[in-house]
Design a protein around this ligand. Structure first.
Ligand code: ZN
Length: 233
């Protein structure tokens, strides 16, 4: 078959970015690697990274399908809950592999989402983040989801998880695991926005996690990765 020049140009124009962006995961989230990883944008209209230092240190890379899901989910939430703001936490390194202190996050498929919060004036605000509170990770929410001056916005959290779940399917990903403090998860399931549905459709880890997961919820996206032995840097 012979292509005319405009057709060839248009094929390249369409496909070159896909080739450049294609990510491949190897192994598992607990022992894995990533090639062609992409960094999440440090901020968008209704979201931001947990720490500019973390971004500069390259701790916010993911598989490109994960990035597409996250960005589309944030865009969808802008439609359903336009006044809410979100913060994402650590994800992984550009080439995956160990990223202490996390036990997983090795294949570009793990994302920590910091809980969305409301302040005392009921405004949706970014979770307070500074080196003193380990960029949010050292905050301790009580069993009702409160810290002084802030409380978890369970409706905003449920809406985001719902959008992530729906969007994942469109991009060929599953949700393999969600880790969140079981007592706070009960409040999430009582949320008016898809709470009961989330309990049914998402695989929340039942066992007690090794760290409490009250200030963030961890999501492992599911994708069949290539064997780790196929990774050659
Ligand atoms: Zn995590």
């Amino acid at each position: 078959m012979k292509f005319s020049l405009p057709v060839v140009v248009s094929i390249f124009a369409t496909c070159m970015p896909c080739v450049a962006d294609a990510s491949t995961c190897y192994g598992t989230v607990g022992k894995g690697r990533l090639s062609g990883g992409v960094q999440l944008p440090p901020q968008g209209v209704n979201f931001a990274a947990y720490s500019s230092t973390g971004v500069e240190m390259g701790r916010t890379y993911v598989h490109d399908q994960v990035r597409q899901v996250m960005l589309e989910a944030y865009a969808n939430v802008r439609t359903t809950l336009p006044d809410r703001t979100y913060v994402y936490g650590e994800t992984g390194l550009a080439h995956g592999g160990p990223i202490p202190p996390h036990r997983t996050h090795q294949a570009g498929l793990s994302v920590d989402f910091m809980v969305p919060v409301l302040d005392d004036a009921d405004r949706s605000v970014p979770m307070p983040s500074s080196p003193a509170n380990k960029f949010g990770y050292a905050l301790e929410f009580d069993d009702q989801g409160r810290i002084p001056g802030y409380r978890i916005d369970f409706d905003a959290m449920a809406e985001q998880l719902y959008q992530i779940s729906m969007t994942s399917r469109r991009y060929g990903l599953t949700i393999a695991r969600v880790i969140f403090d079981p007592r706070l998860a009960e409040r999430l399931f009582n949320s008016s926005r898809h709470g009961a549905e989330l309990q049914r459709i998402l695989p929340f880890m039942k066992e007690r996690p090794w760290i409490r997961h009250d200030e963030h919820y961890h999501v492992d996206f599911g994708l069949s990765c290539r064997p780790l032995r196929d990774y050659h840097g």
